[in-house]
Design a protein around this ligand. Structure first.
Ligand code: ADP
Ligand code: F6P
Length: 326
């Protein structure tokens, strides 16, 4: 055993939950046990850490969980952990419970918390868990696949009724600061317009012209996928109906996208990331994030990862527009 070898791993889920988090937790627990380590589950993210809501994890505590959405460890947002005092207290509590390695499953905010622990001597590894796909260093985040499939199915259903009534439908998907869900759903459902925080210029007249043009060419429905960050779907529906004379309805899919049984991809990739996180801890590393890049699960420096920026995939974005023109 190397000097940096951890003996007890803590695992927590933090920020917005995502389908597949349970698969990641299960994999962390079982990989750690396979390496002869102890595992402690910290419930309710950093809030639970500061309140010492810490439980022993065994192979049985994660049985029958891989197929379930949500997170068995619960999740929370914890403003206190953004303070120096909160972070110092968190590291102290880890030491008190013998936790010398921590796996944090969450988004960029949660990783900043992991970095704070790493800077205070607790070996910490981030695992990207968010339906938004908005973590720059990785092409995959836990939950995105399930979320877009859930949204896609809902949009297909709205499309049926939209076509029957020859309507325009505005369907709002999640993504306050990132439009990946909107773009992927737009492509997958053959939407006419996709509005994202990254690209939309609030030129509603352009959308109105698009609807009128499509009607003239014989299209019987018009689907607009609107990202949560743009919002105002109901207001938009009223204005579009008034300007085009086309009956228009808004549907906000909401938190349905965050729940439900994870897809095969989310179960497998989340398991791989949880396993990799423990292996990286066993190598004595700290301040790392697990990423999926060019078909491989890798670990990257957390600091460098946090400094990276992510945009919508430019090829997918342009393609969506081309396919929607015809
Ligand atoms: P996500 O992890 O999905 O990005 P949040 O941004 O809400 O979600 O962050 C989740 C939690 O991570 C926060 O409630 C807070 O406890 C912790 N956190 C966020 N930013 C920081 C930070 N700069 N330093 C320490 N902890 C942070
Ligand atoms: O980050 C995941 C996400 O679902 C975003 O798409 C959304 O903007 C946000 O969380 C909503 O968070 P909540 O409703 O839990 O505050």
């Amino acid at each position: 055993m190397s000097e940096n070898q951890v003996k007890t791993i803590g695992v927590l889920t933090s920020g917005g939950d995502a389908p597949g988090m349970n698969a990641a937790v299960r994999s962390v627990v079982r990989t750690a046990l396979a390496h002869g380590l102890k595992v402690k589950g910290i419930r309710r993210g950093y809030t639970g850490l500061l309140e010492e809501d810490i439980i022993d994890m065994s192979s049985r505590t994660v049985a029958d969980t891989i197929q379930h959405g949500g997170t068995i460890l619960f999740t929370a947002r914890c403003p206190e952990f953004m303070t120096e005092e909160g972070q110092a207290k968190g590291a102290e509590i880890c030491r008190k419970h013998g936790i010398d390695g921590m796996v944090v499953i969450g988004g960029d905010g949660s990783f900043r918390g992991a970095r704070a622990l790493a800077n205070r001597g607790i070996n910490a590894i981030g695992v990207p868990g968010t339906i938004d796909l908005d973590i720059a260093c990785t092409d995959y985040t836990i939950g995105f696949d399930t979320a877009v499939n859930t949204a896609m199915e809902a949009i297909d259903k709205v499309r049926d009724t939209s076509t029957s009534h020859e309507r325009c439908s505005i369907i709002e998907v999640m993504g306050r600061t990132a439009g990946h869900i909107a773009l992927w759903c737009g492509i997958a459902t053959g939407a006419e317009d996709v509005l994202t925080v990254e690209r939309y210029d609030y030129n509603e007249q352009e959308i109105i012209n698009h609807i009128i043009e499509k009607r003239k060419s014989g299209k019987t429905h018009h689907i607009i996928i609107n990202a949560e960050g743009i919002g105002d779907s109901h207001g938009m529906a009223k204005r579009i109906e008034a300007a085009t004379g086309v009956s228009t309805r808004a549907t906000i899919i909401g938190h349905i996208q965050r729940g439900g049984s994870p897809t095969c991809k989310d179960r497998v990739y989340a398991s791989a990331m949880g396993c990799k996180a423990v292996e990286v801890l066993c190598e004595g590393k700290t301040n790392r994030i697990i990423a999926y890049k060019y078909g491989k699960f890798i670990d990257l420096d957390l600091e460098e990862a946090l400094a990276m920026k992510k945009d919508l995939d430019p090829f997918l974005y342009e393609m969506q527009k081309k396919l929607a023109v015809m």
